[in-house]
Design a protein around this ligand. Sequence first.
Ligand code: SAM
Length: 255
Amino acid sequence: MSEFVIRELPTLTHVWQETLGWCPNEEQQKDFQDLYEGVLKGNQQMNLTRITEPSEFWEKHLWDSFSGLFPWHMSDLHRPRWAISEANRRVIDIGTGAGFPGLPAAIAFPHWQITLLDSTQKKIRFLQELAQSMGLKNVRVIADRAEFLGHQLSHRELYDVALLRAVGSASTCAEYALPLVKVNGIVVLYRGQWTSEDAQSLSRAAQKLGGSLLDVKPWKTPLSKGIRHCIYLQKQSPTHDDFPRPVGIPAKQPL
Ligand code: SAM
């Protein structure tokens, strides 16, 4: 096992504020540092992330996780018309991997109930221990495939918000997520490059699943100026029982 030295994450208060109109408090910044250290330790046992340098971790894991969540922090004046109220929310992070974007969301919004879903048992065991050691009481974890969970009555149409970052094509993600969210619920897809053709094919897929494309928010990451797009879908009507299709099909044959 290789030795590693854990360094401090940057604070970058002004960058949070200028880009997202929100800034973590001291306690949340300490939690981010604990999260960083936990992920680096976990990385010694399993392949969690290649992003380990502090400012890169800050930008590509922390800041990026919040880029999709910003409408809910904004004042009424600036909040986009589709943003839903500030009530408690049930949020599911599908294909959470090392816990992104779900764990940063759990730290920043203690009143949200966050479910971290991943098909890899080992990652889920790690996340359970990490959330417990950090005292994050609003996190629960599930080791399962999205295609299975989407057909369980105790989860189908349960969630207000679904988050998916780096899990598959946009249409595949829509098929994983739309069955799990309530009517009027929101699906946030974290993407890199995005074209009008991508939007057209996602719209077609979303329609088959009872959803529609609500908004696309382009971003540049604040330090390295990488291209990002946050795609917001809204569920308009219940998803047909045929979806999600059996394991592997949404990825192999996207709608
Ligand atoms: N969301 C994290 C991030 O952005 O850092 C992790 C992304 S990682 C590239 C994709 C994760 O999705 C993997 O941990 C994988 O096990 C999980 N995954 C892929 N397909 C899945 C499915 N059908 N159901 C549940 N998890 C899935």
